[in-house]
Ligand binder design. Structure first.
Ligand SMILES: Nc1nc2c(ncn2[C@@H]2O[C@H](COP(=O)(O)OP(=O)(O)OP(=O)(O)O)[C@@H](O)[C@H]2O)c(=O)[nH]1
Ligand SMILES: [Mg+2]
Length: 304
């Protein structure tokens, strides 16, 4: 088994034991897949945060499909469920990072503590492994420790970082980071932002200001705004996404801390409700615990 797959698989342990093991148990004892079994599947999907409407959709698809097949076959139920999930996770037009823009500017946003800075460190490593030249911008100047934390990740991933004093204007740090990426012929610049600000300032206004500063240095940039969502916060993450999306258009989602939750079904709710592709998933705190999100792989890791 390759190591990426085993990382994802172990990161999804909690979700697997609640969702898939429960469903497998429910279907395997049955001589016939009856309404009671479908109800059990329904409860499991809802408990895993798949979302009520989507769950009902999936159940009726299961009911319909199973009429055409042998209702005694528990493997058929699982296969059918797998393909229903994969279908809902496949979004058309999910962008491909590192398009022909050089440098490709990624701005990372999200409420505090969701894992922005950590994910940026892991992302930097991911792109470096891919042969890319990366510059990080420490535009979270709210906490003194924030740019130090990013600095540690930068040295781990062996990439350059642009930072300034705590309290410096975040937009100017972002501007400088883009300038540095241009002058160093970097392939990718990743800009970290604060998850909260001093009481009087408005986070969304600040993020828009950072976005404008980046665009002033490199028209059209940032090429992608990634929203980081903490999977353990469940439906709250969806609410946050709507607020951020109104301020700075979200191009993709990084879903962190999947290793810490049994509610990994949230991936389905995110794709269905936000219509924004999940780009990366976080399954632990190590450098290589951030992986590109591939629907088939995710579902396979859950069911294997
Ligand atoms: N288990 C686990 N922990 C994670 C994951 N991603 C991030 N974390 C942890 O979450 C905590 C917060 O991460 P940060 O990267 O500092 O979060 P942030 O969004 O930058 O926070 P602020 O800068 O305060 O807004 C840290 O302890 C990380 O190690 C993950 O995928 N799995
Ligand atoms: Mg941070």
């Amino acid at each position: 088994m390759n190591s990426i797959f085993s990382k994802i698989k172990s990161g999804l342990t909690r979700t697997r034991s609640n969702l898939v093991d429960g469903i497998t148990k429910a279907v395997s004892g049955k001589t016939r897949i009856d309404e009671e079994t479908l109800e059990e599947i329904e409860e499991r999907l809802i408990a895993a945060d798949v979302g009520v409407n989507t769950t009902l959709d999936i159940i009726s698809a299961l009911r319909e499909n199973l009429q055409l097949r042998d209702r005694n076959d528990s493997q058929a139920v699982l296969n059918c469920l797998k393909s229903e999930l994969i279908e809902r996770l496949q979004m058309n037009g999910s962008a491909d990072t590192a398009s022909n823009q050089k440098p490709y500017i990624i701005m990372v946003v999200g409420v505090n503590g969701v894992g922005k800075t950590t994910s940026i460190g892991k992302l930097a490593n991911h792109f470096v492994q891919d042969g890319k030249r990366v510059v990080l911008g420490a535009a979270d100047t709210f906490r003194a420790a924030a740019s130090e934390q990013l600095e540690i990740w930068a040295s781990r991933a062996n990439v350059e970082i642009v930072r300034n004093k705590p309290g410096a204007d975040p937009a100017s740090v972002a501007f400088d980071a883009v300038a540095a990426a241009e002058s160093r012929s970097a392939d990718i610049a990743i800009i970290d932002t604060a998850g909260r600000l001093h009481t009087k300032s408005n986070l969304m206004e600040e993020l828009k200001k950072i976005q404008r500063a980046i665009d002033r240095k490199m028209p059209g940039a940032p090429h992608e705004v990634l929203l980081v969502i903490d999977a353990t916060t469940g439906q709250n993450g969806l609410t946050q996404a709507k607020v951020f999306n109104d301020a700075v258009k979200i191009g993709g989602i990084v879903l962190t801390k999947l290793d810490g939750t049994a509610k990994g079904g949230i991936v389905v709710a995110i794709q269905e409700q936000l219509r924004v592709p999940i780009r990366f998933i976080g399954v632990g705190e190590q450098m290589d615990d951030l992986q590109p999100f591939v629907p088939e792989e995710y579902v396979e890791a859950l069911f294997s």
